[in-house]
Design a protein around this ligand. Structure first.
Ligand SMILES: NC(=O)c1ccc[n+]([C@@H]2O[C@H](COP(=O)([O-])OP(=O)(O)OC[C@H]3O[C@@H](n4cnc5c(N)ncnc54)[C@H](OP(=O)(O)O)[C@@H]3O)[C@@H](O)[C@H]2O)c1
Length: 268
């Protein structure tokens, strides 16, 4: 059957202005259309929209605002009549020791990193169900970590993993992938390196990753996030024990063998 322009999938990416989100948009644009829900309109994102004006819609907005999430979903349906997947990437880190933590700063991190995820999904659900689509959530190894001064961030990433498992269980037409993108060379790492609340040993470890060129370039995990958004389903990829990760909401790192093998089509 002849494929038409209408066949191309549409993916909504949050936090598309820079870092992992911007790279995810770049990868997606090789194969589909993108609604970029972006708080800032950076020159890099604008350049993508100028190069592929028929394939990119930038909706300027804040993920914590319900109206902005709604506007992004509406834009996908208005322009292209479909919404197939979400890459929920927008996130912040903030550092306070538990002895000092304030409700304002703790809840702000949870609001941006968790509550916004639940609200973008909520408004997108009817379209995602119709598309048998995917929700890719950019989580973190922090979900299982105890690094001092990271309480809010750690809690937020543990919470999105719990949310992802629940969403995968409730919504039987949608695949859900909470993914750790690695320790990635973005502005967030610049902020983390400047954190003077961390113990010296952990500061040195973080600094050494940068100094020794061991940070992951953002384009690498972004490529996996894009692949999962476009091709991840409730039946693939599958773990050795038979668990279909998209139906289970299994938390995985972007470079886990099961994902790499699934992308390349090779056996582990
Ligand atoms: N970098 C790492 O090592 C690492 C490791 C594990 C997980 N992650 C996760 O990966 C994701 C992306 O991080 P990154 O490293 O690419 O960080 P980044 O370079 O700091 O980019 C963060 C992105 O989130 C956006 N954002 C923040 N708050 C927002 C809000 N309220 N509304 C809309 N957009 C908002 C930012 O927009 P503005 O440009 O407008 O600020 C920016 O596009 C985050 O969820 C982060 O937790 C990162």
């Amino acid at each position: 059957m002849l494929r038409t322009a209408m066949d191309r999938k549409v993916v909504l990416v949050t936090g598309a202005s820079r870092g992992i989100g911007l790279w995810t948009v770049r990868h997606l644009l090789r194969a589909c259309r993108v609604v970029a829900l972006s708080r800032s309109r950076t020159p890099e994102l604008e350049a993508l929209a100028q190069a592929q004006p028929d394939d990119v819609a930038i909706v300027q907005g804040d993920v914590t605002k319900g109206a902005d999430n709604q506007a992004a979903c509406d834009e996908a349906l208005r322009r292209w009549g479909r919404l197939d997947a979400l890459v929920l990437n927008a996130g912040i880190v903030d550092h306070q020791l538990c002895a000092d933590v304030t409700p304002e700063r703790f809840s702000h991190v949870l609001n941006v990193n968790v509550v916004s995820v639940t609200q973008t999904v909520r408004v997108a659900l009817p379209a995602l169900r119709a598309a048998h689509g995917a929700v890719v959530i950019v989580s973190s190894a922090a979900a299982t970590s105890n690094i001092a001064s990271w309480a809010a961030y750690n809690a937020s990433k543990a919470a999105v993993n719990a949310y992802a498992r629940t969403l995968a269980n409730e919504e039987r037409d949608i695949a859900c992938f909470p993914i750790h993108p690695g320790i990635v060379d973005t502005d967030m790492q610049v902020q983390i390196r400047a954190n003077d609340q961390m113990p010296a040993a952990q500061r040195e470890w973080i600094a050494s990753l940068h100094r020794d060129g061991k940070l992951v370039p953002p384009e690498k995990p972004a490529e996996m996030l894009a692949a999962l958004a476009l091709r991840g389903t409730r039946t693939a990829p599958v773990l050795d024990d038979g668990t279909a990760v998209g139906a289970d909401g299994t938390f995985l790192s972007w470079d886990e063998a099961v994902l790499t093998a699934w992308r390349t089509g090779e056996r582990v």
